[in-house]
Write a protein that binds this ligand. Structure first.
Ligand code: NOJ
Length: 753
């Protein structure tokens, strides 16, 4: 038996002893933390605040662990190495404090689910929770007990590459799905070894990056911060998200890693949050290039003062906190609460009782039920944007299918961004799945382009030839994974490379043309949409993209995905989002650029709020998506025509499946406050429900509106509902539906939300 094997057996035996433990009661955890803190040296305390990236069982790392100078490690995913490093911490450091192993498990560990924006398109809270639970089970099986997810940054700018990691533009949808992920990762008892601590990130306002360029400055008025950007974080905190991560950006001039107002006053003070705040990678150090800190020493001081508990990879705390304490700029009691937050998390995770990966059940990946859930997640998140009747493709009538395009067989790229642990050979592509599904048909595959940015047209002829000989063309276009995600922003939101040119050539064959886009963001592709007979938009779907798309295209499964963001008509139109303000001159009588007569007068186009080339509004609105069946909505019925501060209002609406097959619909509750002391958005989502109806079936949906849901911030401290007229819609998207009115009768104040 080798030394490693002996260690592994000891560890397995130790695990068995403790695996039945449940989370210790909060009071016990607090007293354990206080007791342990009392025994720690300054250096041991600072060590707990230091997070490093793993690089195997390396001597230097082992020495640091034995010295107690590392509190947590990210990016170490070999369970044997995890156990060996943990052994050094538990058995060979003075106090035996276990390490936490962390990883960016963003949309699955091995079984990759759709990118978060895709999961948001499902509008299915339960499915999102299930995906997070599966991710936790897989990742924890190699020792990862802390994921840096969910990202609940509101994202209204498709240029920003990280829109892929978000739940889109709306605070209510993002909040609900963020909570679902927190629950999925953490379960009911975080000390169970198959859970992970969630991390609500990036606190805060990161999605408002100016120009959609990553890491860029943000300028967010207090009321907008509190009405739009903070609510999903508040919900995640209330749901028990064990950790938060602060953001890279500066917000109104103050980088988040040094932002005492956000991290202490709001998060700890107003919200009473007692979890852990980790910096983003190097973000304490990055306060130097921001121009907020003179050097790393000052950055460390600012980080502690702001309330950043853990320094991820800046080496600021480990390098400077002792010196700052010795100089009197900080006292030991300044860092004690930060250390306590780290220790508390370790107790909550059960790591003091059960620190090791149980090697007997390590590396649990790709369970059939997990693959099934991943497939359902794609099926529910793909959006049918257009269908002139060509879909579903009937296998009995359509015998010859041309499959074209760079995303038809792109195992790596269909997985999307943030998949460090991807095994791409496990990804089933649309080409593979369609071949299997349409086994009896004549399938001709010619990619036409090698990858999405490809500008070479030498493959066009073969693709066009395949298309010309077929009954239908399915063209798989989109973006490679690397075109979205962190630091991968685009100023041009069209289909990259020569994809649109190939689409035009395919169209010229005269054959029915289905365009399927897999991408990390909504694209501005109006001209492509116009050419296609049907358009499916699938945010990068992960492992099971192929089988899911095959089921949808063939009609075995119905579409039910809905846009979690508005789709711009043109790149220059962003940010475009539904909850905008009306302006004093709302768009009307739109005259587009090609229709303006020569030498038309200055005021001839009407002087209202729109673009001469893009018009007004999005290409596809928030909430939109088609189905193979159709739905009607009755006019909403309100329980009363007035609402007072202590009352509530019920909104009832009957949704009917008027088509001939079963389908799922997302009924969306919107409200408009017509007049306010601060101008209100033209619509705001307040609630939603995804329901499945058989053909001909009707179901009454009931929503309840309470006054605090209508409240908006007038300053940092309070929200108000002002008396006046409100409209209510229950609608299939943010641009349709029949409004009904009620009056809010008295002015009311609520605590800040
Ligand atoms: C930087 C990213 O902004 C953050 O989301 C991620 O969790 C960390 N790096 C750790 O990889």
């Amino acid at each position: 038996m080798t030394k490693n094997n002996r260690l592994t057996s000891v560890l397995a035996a130790v695990c068995c002893l403790f695996s039945a433990a449940a989370m210790r009661p909060a009071a016990e955890i607090d007293s354990c933390v206080t007791e342990l803190l009392g025994r720690m040296t300054i250096d041991e305390k600072i060590g707990q605040l230091n997070q490093l990236s793993g690089y195997g069982y390396a001597p230097e790392m082992v020495t640091q662990i034995k010295n107690g100078s590392v509190g947590s490690i990210l990016n170490e995913v070999d369970p044997e190495v995890v156990n060996r490093l943990q052994y050094e911490a538990v058995e060979n450091s003075r106090l035996g404090i276990p390490l936490i192993f962390a990883r960016d498990v963003i949309h699955g560990f091995k079984t990759i689910f759709p990118i978060p924006l895709g999961q948001a398109a499902s509008w299915n809270v339960d499915l999102v929770e299930e995906g997070a639970r599966i991710a936790a089970d897989e990742a924890s099986s190699v020792g990862i007990r802390w994921t840096f997810s969910p990202m609940v940054d509101i994202s209204r700018d498709a240029r920003w590459g990280r829109i892929a990691e978000s739940f889109g533009e709306d605070p209510v949808l993002s909040g609900a799905l963020g909570v679902a992920m927190v629950k999925g990762y953490q379960g009911d008892d975080l000390s169970r070894p198959n859970t992970m601590a969630a991390c609500a990130k990036h606190f805060a306002g990161y999605g408002a990056a100016e120009g959609g360029r990553d890491y860029n400055t943000t300028w967010i008025p207090e009321v907008q911060l509190r009405d739009t950007y903070l609510p999903p974080f508040k919900q995640a905190a209330d749901a028990g998200a064990a950790t938060f991560m602060c953001s890279f950006n500066d917000i109104n001039g103050v980088p988040s890693s040094g932002n005492r107002y956000l991290l202490r006053d709001i998060l700890r003070g107003e919200w009473g949050y007692d979890g852990l705040m980790v910096s983003d990678w190097g973000s304490i150090q990055q306060m130097i290039p921001h121009g907020y800190s003179t050097d790393l020493r000052q950055a460390a001081l600012q980080g502690v003062n702001a309330g950043v508990d853990v320094d991820m990879e800046s080496y600021a705390y480990i390098g400077h906190l002792r010196e700052l304490i010795e100089s009197g700029e900080l006292s030991e009691s300044d860092i004690d609460p930060l250390v306590a937050n780290v220790l508390r998390l370790k107790y909550r995770l059960g790591l003091f009782d059960n620190p090791y990966v149980d090697m007997a059940s390590a590396s649990r990946f790709y369970a059939p039920a997990s693959l099934d859930a991943a497939r359902r997640a794609v099926e529910e998140s793909a959006i049918l944007l257009k269908n002139d009747g060509i879909l579903p493709i009937d296998n009995d009538k359509v015998r010859k299918i041309a499959i074209v395009g760079p995303m038809a067989d792109a195992q790596h790229d269909q997985a999307g961004t943030w998949v460090f642990d991807l095994e791409k050979e496990r990804c089933v592509t649309p080409l593979a799945a369609l071949k299997e599904l349409y086994g009896g048909s004549d399938i001709r595959y010619a990619a036409g382009l090698e990858y999405t940015r490809d500008r070479k047209t030498n493959g066009f002829a073969e693709a066009v030839k395949a298309a010309a000989k077929s009954d239908v063309i399915i063209y798989f276009a989109g973006e490679e994974a690397v075109l979205s995600g962190e630091a991968h922003c685009r100023a041009d939101l069209s289909l990259p490379g020569a994809q649109s040119a190939l689409l035009r050539e395919l169209k010229a064959t005269g054959k029915p043309l289905v365009l399927v886009v897999q991408a990390g963001r909504p694209l501005a592709f109006a001209d492509d949409v116009a050419l296609a007979d049907a358009v499916v938009f699938c945010f990068h779907g992960g492992t099971m993209t192929g089988p899911a798309l095959a089921n949808l295209l063939s009609g075995k499964v119905n579409f039910s995905g809905r846009c979690p963001v508005s789709f711009p008509r043109m790149s220059g139109q962003v940010p475009v989002y539904y909850a905008g303000k009306n302006t004093g001159r709302p768009a009307s009588g739109i005259t587009l650029i090609d229709d303006i007569p020569l030498e038309a007068g200055q005021t001839s186009t009407g002087c209202t709020s729109y673009y001469l080339d893009a018009g007004a509004g999005p290409l596809f609105p928030f909430g939109y998506g088609l189905s193979y069946t159709s739905f009607t909505y009755s006019e909403p019925e309100l329980s009363a025509s007035t609402l007072s501060a202590d009352g509530s209002l019920t909104v009832k609406c009957t949704v009917t499946n008027t088509g001939s097959r079963e389908g799922s619909e997302v009924a969306q509750l919107y409200v408009r406050d017509h007049v306010g002391s601060l101008v209100r958005p033209v619509r705001e989502l307040k609630d939603f429900r995804k329901i499945t109806l058989r053909p001909g079936e009707s179901r009454q949906i009931e929503f309840t509106i309470i006054p605090s849901q209508l409240a908006f911030h007038v300053d940092g401290a309070k929200t108000v509902v002002e008396p006046g007229e409100f409209s209510v819609w229950v609608a299939p998207d943010a641009q349709s539906g029949t409004p009904v009115q009620f009056t809010f009768v008295e002015s009311s104040e609520f605590a800040s939300k």
